[in-house]
Design a protein around this ligand. Sequence first.
Ligand SMILES: [Zn+2]
Length: 284
Amino acid sequence: MASQDQFQRFIFEHSQIRGAWVKLGDSYTEIAKQAPYPASVRELLGESLAASVLMSGTLKFEGILSLQAQGDGSLRTLMAECTHQRTIRGLARFNDTAIQKSGLKELLGQGNMVITITPEQGQRYQGVVPREADSLAGCLQDYFTRSEQIDTGLMLFADENTSAGLLLQRMPGAIDPDNDQWQRVNHLAATLTAEEMLGLDSETLLNRLFHEEEVRLFETEPVRFYCSCSRERTLAALESIGQKECYSILDERESIDMDCQFCHAQYRFVRNDIDHLFSGHSLH
Ligand SMILES: [Zn+2]
């Protein structure tokens, strides 16, 4: 069976506007079931996963794009990552399981949104936007407009088991941009309902929405949940914590137990592993 979790790019013919669409089912629920998320936090996580796919799919690079929001509200951290192979992972940290609030503004409070691009080769890039807009989509639009100077329209929706997003963008460096068309397609996109976004496939949705425009769809690309954690990477994290700290844990416990925050894989290291890890280091 073909995956329900798909990403697709499209362009408006004879114009300098491009777009991207994403819908996530299994990959989102797989990530969301990792913790007992309150409904509103779960949905925001779904939106951020959809956004990470849209952003990594339109900014062409090989590596990882990560979105991270931090604030002083009930939701302390929201994180979503997407690789160029369209694998995603994400998590949220919150301090109240009975959260009644919903939406980014209410949940996060005062805070920032950090966009990090870690290419396989070359320099890491980080951009920060304050959480001024009420919604995640609004914040990310601010990011594109202010930091990247790229006019962007973004729609994000999520319910318990599906999340979806639509991104419209003027191609960077567009000369003689057609303002009327840009306004028109954004106006149309703004009429989208959650029901349409979460229920329809891309072709039906885009045909219905932009039936007066000439839209060319590219191939759909499957999206899946994948966590890149490993024993080696966990060891590298221990190495950065430092020799002294590792041994001080082992003075109190038999092993150092590390739990991956994204997939809950367990990694256990005994004294012998730590001896081996730091065998090349000299003790101070
Ligand atoms: Zn993991």
